[in-house]
Design a protein around this ligand. Sequence first.
Ligand code: ATP
Length: 371
Amino acid sequence: MATGGFPAASSGATPPVEDSALDALFASFAHHPRILIAVSGGPDSTALLHLARRWRAERETGPDLVAATVDHGLRADAAREAADVAVLAARLGVPHRILVWQGAKPAHGIQEAAREARYGLLAAAAHEAGATAIALAHTRDDQAETVLFRLARGSGLSGLAGMRGDAVRHGLVLLRPFLEVPKAQLVATLEAAGLAFACDPANLDPRFARPRLRAMAQALAGEGLDARRLATLARRAARADQALEAATDAAEATLHRSAPEGAEGTSVLDAAAFATLPDEIGLRLLARAIGRAATEGPVELAKLEALFDALKEAMGAPSALFRRTLAGAQVSLRRGALHVSAAPPRRDDGPVASNSGRLGPRVLGKKGPRS
Ligand SMILES: Nc1ncnc2c1ncn2[C@@H]1O[C@H](COP(=O)(O)OP(=O)(O)OP(=O)(O)O)[C@@H](O)[C@H]1O
């Protein structure tokens, strides 16, 4: 059956996930009292429900598991697939809810809108259930696709780090225990357990970027660029990103000067010390400051780099004069300090047009804008 995964560089029968692997896979689950498992009914999340429940059944203590399926109302089969998940969850003894997306559906960007709605519905259900985390079934193949997708869009190191196994969103931890597990192994696990799953035709629809990337995967794998290598790149990029974030934390603590009273979102940094920072750290520090002051959504990495270069050049000049705006934040040099604050409204400004605060792919830094 076509399940939409990345091809492996070497072929061969994929074994199911062993019971002995479950403790390591679900180690992060043990810290939560209750976890909501997001189950679409596809192979990955059906395997997540099955394996998480198997892991929990072997332990005397551990999190309560609950599950939810979002019916986006976009396909004729969606309601039936959600009902199938409800039947499986009942069989496994896991409380389950079906959440229906009832808002207006946009004509364009439907995938993006559906994802936003899905996270909103899942987060609300998790809060209602008293869960502190949502478990998602993204696999190594999904991680590989994410890295390829971001490469193609010019992402920086933070973006190439891919999805995290423990991101925080809507005040909930997003757990992704399968980021190192090939999709084929989950499919093999379901087949071995005799469990059925649904296939979403959108996973093969060439109108969407991810299926198009997936269609190229065979050729890339032939050159050695398979899911394993891309996931390894993500892991290494994440490790480097973490180190750079820690170095940026330290620089921020050293360079930070108190902002004027009442100047919410304003950062004031020692300009002379800022000029001596390695470029990557300076760039991240600037990204954070702009992220705090920005009113117009995420900042593109290329625009941030251009502003940073201009700033460094100005700092090298005797007069050290500088004032520019980016994403609604104003960056200026005054009396030996770098000030970053919300830009004053332009005279011809109408109502502020926010670009929805969506996180774009070409941005940098975790605490400022990021991908
Ligand atoms: N309709 C849904 N209801 C509940 N959770 C969902 C739904 N769609 C996706 N998810 C969750 O988000 C994860 C990633 O979604 P994505 O659309 O990238 O994968 P998918 O192809 O739907 O995966 P799967 O093989 O589980 O269907 C899923 O593994 C699942 O945990």
